[in-house]
Design a protein around this ligand. Structure first.
Ligand code: PGA
Length: 246
């Protein structure tokens, strides 16, 4: 991966896991890396506990609204006050379990970019779509929805994570070739909107990445790092994954 022009990025998505002890352990033990951008996305209630951290902070979700009667939601300005720099948008668990359709995801990406934060836009297909050979169409529709509400410059400001839903939390990683094929497709699609930005945007792979398979995945031409779920909860594993990206 060293010969790539893009700086690798590894983001840990803790989902609804972790506690004060894990926060303390990460702040104490996770080593700073200069050649990889490392982002930890804990549950929002722990964001401020990371104030002195040696890595960047990400949120797992955000509201597209700026303020008001939206019980349970957090705005981009609130996240900025918690020193957040990245926001995961459109994770499949939010799309599937919290009704986030493509248009909602698109409005969130827009809000995040307008606030000066970096969206980690998640795309990826369910198993039946892969089995029916419709992966590219499915991912294209997810990308097109965002492009239709954001100007093409969004590509200069975003990170995109390809996460096949059948690989998330299942232990069934996409093969490096399967992942690379979709990453190359995404970069090609983005190039039609903004050719130079498509070369510099970082595309992450997510879905059962672990310390053993990270090397091979990150060695692919268009894979610039990972969005890590389960393995981001163990410092040793997460450290090994960050090293694999460097
Ligand atoms: P996983 O999750 O690494 O546990 O498969 C990845 C994700 O959901 O971002």
């Amino acid at each position: 991966m060293n010969n790539k022009i893009r700086k690798p990025l590894v983001a840990g998505n803790w989902k609804m896991n972790g506690n004060n002890e894990l926060v303390r352990d990460f702040v104490k033990c996770l080593e700073k890396t200069s050649d990889v951008d490392v982002v930890i996305c804990p549950p929002s209630c722990y964001l401020t506990a990371f104030e002195q951290a040696q890595f960047s902070l990400g949120a797992q979700n955000v509201s597209s609204f700026t303020s008001g009667a939206h019980t349970g939601e957090l705005s981009t300005s609130m996240l900025k006050e918690c020193k957040v720099s990245y926001v995961i948008v459109g994770h499949s668990e939010r799309r599937e379990n919290h009704g986030e359709a493509n248009d909602i995801v698109a409005s969130k990406v827009k809000a995040v970019i307008e606030a000066g934060l970096v969206p980690i836009l998640c795309v990826g297909e369910p198993l039946e779509v892969r089995e029916s050979g419709q992966v590219f169409d499915f991912v294209k529709a997810q990308l097109d929805a965002v492009a239709s509400v954001c100007s093409n410059t969004y590509i200069e400001l975003a990170v995109i994570a390809y996460e096949p839903i059948w690989a998330i939390g299942t232990g069934k990683t996409a093969s490096p070739e399967q992942a690379q094929e979709v990453h190359a497709f995404i970069r090609k699609e983005l190039a039609q909107l903004n050719a130079s930005a498509a070369q510099s945007i970082r595309l992450l792979y997510g879905g059962s990445v672990n310390a053993s398979n990270a090397n091979e995945l990150f060695a692919q031409n268009d894979i610039d790092g990972g969005l890590i779920g389960g393995a981001s909860l163990k410092i040793e594993d997460f450290t090994a994954i960050c090293q694999a990206a460097s």
